[in-house]
Design a protein around this ligand. Structure first.
Ligand code: IPE
Ligand code: IPE
Ligand code: MG
Length: 245
């Protein structure tokens, strides 16, 4: 039986975020180059996306490349950027067929120009799709995002458009790259690492965390469904007592 059948459609997470980790180690275990792992990671992206569409998840956010990942060997970085472009070319069909709207967060201006162009084209081509919003975090740093928001707000105060006292949770959230997304309900990380690596620090304040030992290229729809089932067995108390819920 599939874990899909065990999902309670009334308690679905609205937004799932995934730290896709372990491509390099997966390839190494097989005696291959790290890039082979990244290539196979694309299949897992498709699994995650199709799984979300099947389970009726409205927002999926994938950590694809961190600001810190620019420090990797140049060849690996170049291979990842190429893979981004070829995957976008290939997957546009999957996006249209499944009603997926593409969105990006991160410092896109650092990406090679062909990658920026392909991203913009794909965002434009899928902007009317409403079934699921796929957000790719690329050249993304959560601390940078928070600094940018603080700077934006400070400038508005300086220009007299805003009172410092009016800055609150909601306004701060509205100044993040994720302004149009709800906070993730569920954050999944593969590869057995138990850390956040500068991903959505503000937004995951109350997310349920799910760490899987599998490497990213091994991730399947069933892993996604099982994580959703796990999530649904948790009690989200948001500071209250169990009796108050
Ligand atoms: C995740 O896999 C993909 C990216 C960070 C781009 P890694 O490349 O981090 O794989 P490991 O963690 O070295 O195994
Ligand atoms: C986090 O993975 C970034 C992505 C998944 C894109 P890393 O493999 O870069 O994280 P660290 O360096 O092990 O924390
Ligand atoms: Mg890693």
């Amino acid at each position: 039986m599939s874990f899909l059948d065990q999902i309670d459609n009334i308690k679905l997470p609205q937004h799932i975020a995934i730290i896709m980790d372990g491509n390099g180690r997966w390839a190494k275990q097989k005696g291959k180059l790290r890039v082979f792992g990244h290539q196979n990671g694309v299949k897992a992206v498709r699994e995650a996306l199709e799984g979300c569409v099947k389970a009726n998840i409205k927002f999926l956010t994938l950590y694809a490349f961190s600001a810190e990942n620019w420090n990797r060997p140049k060849l690996e970085v170049m291979a990842l950027m190429e893979l981004l472009v070829t995957s976008l070319k290939k997957e546009i069909k999957t996006f249209q067929e499944n009603g997926v709207r593409l969105n990006v967060i991160g410092d896109i201006s650092k990406l090679p120009s062909n990658a920026q162009k392909k991203l913009q084209e794909t965002i434009e081509a899928t902007k009317e799709n409403t079934h699921c919003t796929l957000t790719l975090a690329l050249s993304y740093s959560s601390r940078q995002e928070i600094v940018d928001a603080a700077r934006n707000l400070a400038q508005q105060v300086k220009q007299g458009k805003l009172q410092a006292d009016d800055i609150n949770d909601e306004l701060f959230s509205a100044n993040l790259y994720t302004q149009n997304l709800p906070d993730p309900d569920l954050l999944i990380r593969t590869s057995g690492e138990l850390r956040i690596s500068n991903f959505l620090l503000w937004q995951i304040a109350y997310s349920e965390l799910c760490f899987l030992d599998k490497m990213w290229p091994e991730f399947t729809k069933e892993d996604l469904f099982k994580s959703i089932v796990d999530y649904q067995q948790r009690e989200r108390r948001f500071g209250k007592t169990s009796e108050q819920l």
